[in-house]
Design a protein around this ligand. Sequence first.
Ligand SMILES: [Zn+2]
Length: 494
Amino acid sequence: MSYLVLARKWRPAKFSEVVGQNHAVSALKNSISSKNIHHAYLFTGTRGIGKTSIARILAKALNCKNLIDNSEPCNSCDSCKSINDGAAIDFIEIDAASRRGIEDTKNLLETVSYLPSSSKYKIYLIDEVHMLTPESFNALLKNLEEPPPHVIFMFATTEHKKILPTIISRCLQVNLSTVPLKTISNLLGEIFTKEKIKFDENSLYLIAEAAHGSIRDSLTISEKVVSFCNRHLKEKEVREVLGIPEPEVISNLLKSILDEDATEALSILDNYGEYEDHEILLKSLMDLVQNIAISQFEKKSSTKTNIKAFLDTDPSTLQFLYQIGLINLKHFSLGYDSFSIIKMTLLKMIAFSQENQKKNPIEIKNKNTPEIRWPKIFSDLNLNGMSRTLLKQASVFLEDEKVRLSFPKNILSILNEDQKNDIEKSFNDFLKKELTYIYDSNVDLNLTPENEEKNIDKGFRRNVKKSMEKDENFNEILGNLKVDSVKFSKKNET
Ligand SMILES: [Zn+2]
């Protein structure tokens, strides 16, 4: 038996085998069973989602000698077989990408007036129809205006915006959607099982993800992975073939960015490799950032450890990192050295990620050290309600084994014993030892968590504003936001 590549072998042969296009398929089946046949169809959608496959099934159904259930091609009559074998005389398939000139189109359209040789309809399928020259389009248009009753045109395109409105208006437009990840990975699972290929679930997911909603791409990628892995797919090897970085690499990279540790970030990058796919690396980093942001928003506890570790990250920092990633992604298509692009992207992320947005547990240092870390550990204390609100206005110093809590006078006067106990317990728990506590009213207002919050808020807005003013790409992407943020900061800073 001759060897068939997966994408061709598992190409759907009837409507019921088409995956992920339920709306389009049921509309087409209905039009066949109700004999409501159009003389021109336009299939639109991104690459590899089944445009020409569905057009072929439709062509078979239109000419089938013994339709099943009034709408499915039988795949066994002469007409169906000849289309399946690519030998049908009355089904003419053209790739406009290679035959786009007026002469080609004229030659083709000259055959329109001849009756079909053995079928009900003579069907023309023009793939990538947007590639036709304007002259060819005009010649086509004349035929679409008054098509002979025995002729049906089918057009497929990835760029329907490039097609003349006069053509679109004469066609029944069938929009196909990109196929969801889960649908693709389920399909791959079924195909691999039938092909007796061993796999684990994560491998399916990785392939489906790399296919970006295209079933054909998922099968082409599978082909490569299956042969590399010798028909036994394991996550680690699949990652290797697809150039998808290990999750630890990505979470270490994100940690180094949030820690503002440029040396660490660049060393991770060096270890990862100068000749790897850095676009995939950046995309994986952005996926992680996005998944963390979504988990924060949904307030669901994620089971994935790499997400869990970052749930405390400031949501605005995540938004910011994502924006920088998005802007820098497009630089990869410029053909410039990808290693330089990823390095500069990471450095940009670190430069804009603010020192004062760190949320790492930090020791309280001695009063004499210049780096007093008090306000930063506030968010790590397990403290709620009124006690938390009151402590927000205190400056705190550690002196030997004593913690000095300094409040404004009015706060100190209302602080009760229960609240003091709560506060002391939260420090003991955090520092994992029993300490003694001193209360006074010598608060340093610059070192209270309340003041810290204000600074972060102001600093972050200032940074966004500054970077937008400097960066043309930012202006492009965040154009409207700029106006809003200027208004917003004016309102808040005065
Ligand atoms: Zn048939």
